[in-house]
Design a protein around this ligand. Structure first.
Ligand code: BJ8
Length: 425
């Protein structure tokens, strides 16, 4: 891939040397973690291809679209409504936040005790290695946790096109009004950026495209209830990660075709791991590409992950937008209704999330929950205590893990995960 796209990366302003090193690490990590798995569904070849081209063909596709007037909007959070972006034929992409990069440089502009996800976004920007951020016509920063909210003040100095979206912190009437007002303001900003007026037909089309993507992911999730699990947690996580990058209709078709294959597997009792393998529900902070560390540890320690209570997972894709509205106003209300249900830990109080964890544990026939937090993530770390208390009271085994993107704690994590798996076996 490197040779074909060098000119494109250069024109985007990437640091080619640093970018080469990143791709090399990414390629090696993928090979070691993904390509060593056994009994993978054939349909995963599509996702292998997407990852191999994540900085290549996909970027070229976005740039070709831009040449035809199609804008690219980058986001860091599942609160940014893709439906509104799609309604103008623009593309929403998730921005790279899953790997350590340029830590020294990052720590010159952000405190050391900032979570790895935020540091990663800054590292990719400062190190000039993310073609998505460089291709974006607008970058949306959302006021969710304090770390993100305050770091956007710094990011504003580094990028020319940051748009800040306010997000409520309470599920109150006022909170809903704020979200609605912010989505209206965002709609206007996207219309201005693209020069496309959003009418009901366009908005409905945008909603349908994104709903179909979610339906396909729901179907995939549901197939993971089977024992033996027909797909590994690593592969299912990958599909959830690609959700944020890929062309949505192609993505939907690819996920549906892998589901056809998994249905067949489930019928034949064929799984990736033997029947009776301990089943884990992962819960907590989102895992962006290429953050595969903990899932890899879990699945090489004798367990299978059967669900992700995460924004790169079920928290991010739960619930569809009602498509039945006839006016822009009705459809916008439906969008607000759907997004206002997201149970991110930035909300206080946030009882829905506790209920969803138990619900998912039961639905996916899990044997235990591993709660994953990034260090210095206050919302999820504080909530983790409550999650642990609640699950223990219900007799559900739970292991709480705090980590980051470095590999230094691999050995220690593996020992703890193995002990937990033994306890639930
Ligand atoms: S809706 S989870 S995607 S905010 S890990 S940056 S919370 S300190 S990512 Fe998130 Fe939207 Fe919520 Fe989902 Fe802050 Fe924690 Fe870092 Fe985090």
């Amino acid at each position: 891939m490197a040779e074909d796209y060098r000119q494109m990366w250069k024109e985007l302003g990437l640091d080619l040397g640093a970018h080469d090193s990143l791709l090399e690490v990414l390629g090696k990590g993928y090979k070691d973690i993904y390509m060593t798995q056994e009994n993978r569904p054939d349909g995963m070849k599509y996702f292998d291809f997407v990852i191999s081209q994540v900085h290549g063909a996909r970027i070229k596709e976005l740039l070709d679209g831009k040449a035809r007037g199609r804008k690219v909007i980058g986001s860091f959070c599942v609160f940014v409504p893709e439906e509104i972006v799609r309604a103008t034929d623009s593309t929403l992409v998730g921005l790279c936040t899953g790997a350590e990069f340029g830590t020294e440089e990052v720590e010159r502009v952000l405190p050391r005790n900032t979570c790895a996800l935020i540091k990663s976004a800054f590292g990719f920007k400062l190190g000039k290695v993310c073609p998505y951020i460089e291709s974006a016509d607008m970058i949306v920063g959302e006021n969710t946790c304090d770390g993100k909210k305050k770091s956007y003040e710094v990011l504003k100095e580094l990028v020319p096109n940051l748009y800040v979206m306010d997000i409520p912190q309470m599920k109150s009437v006022q909170g809903r009004s704020l979200l609605k007002a912010e989505y209206q303001r965002f709609k206007t900003a996207v219309e201005e950026l693209t020069g496309v007026g959003i009418d009901a037909e366009r908005l409905r089309k945008g909603i349908e495209i994104v709903n179909n993507k979610r339906r396909a992911i729901h179907r995939l999730a549901s197939l993971r209830k089977a024992d033996p699990a027909p797909i590994s947690g690593l592969d299912a996580l990958l599909a959830n990660q690609v959700f944020f990058y890929d062309e949505p209709v192609r993505f939907t078709n690819s996920v549906n075709s892998i589901c056809d294959e998994l249905e067949q597997r489930a019928k034949n009792g064929r799984g990736v791991f033997p029947e009776g393998t301990p089943r884990i529900l992962l819960s907590g902070c989102p895992m962006a590409v290429p953050n595969w560390k903990l899932p890899w540890i879990i699945e090489t320690s004798g367990a299978v992950i059967v669900g992700e209570e995460s924004c790169v997972g079920e928290r991010g894709t739960r619930n569809l937008v009602d498509e039945s509205g006839n006016t822009v106003e009705e459809l916008m209300e439906a969008i607000v209704d759907r997004y206002f249900q997201i149970d991110c830990a930035i909300f206080t109080p946030n009882p829905e999330r506790l209920n969803h964890i138990t619900e998912m544990y039961n639905q996916y026939n899990a044997h235990g929950v591993i709660h994953y937090c990034l260090n210095f993530c206050q919302p999820y770390q504080v909530e983790a205590m409550e999650v642990e208390k609640e699950l223990e009271a219900k007799g559900i085994p739970v292991l709480r893990i705090d980590t980051d993107y470095s590999m230094e704690d691999m050995g220690q994590l593996k020992t703890r995960v193995e002990a937990f798996i033994e306890q639930i076996s």
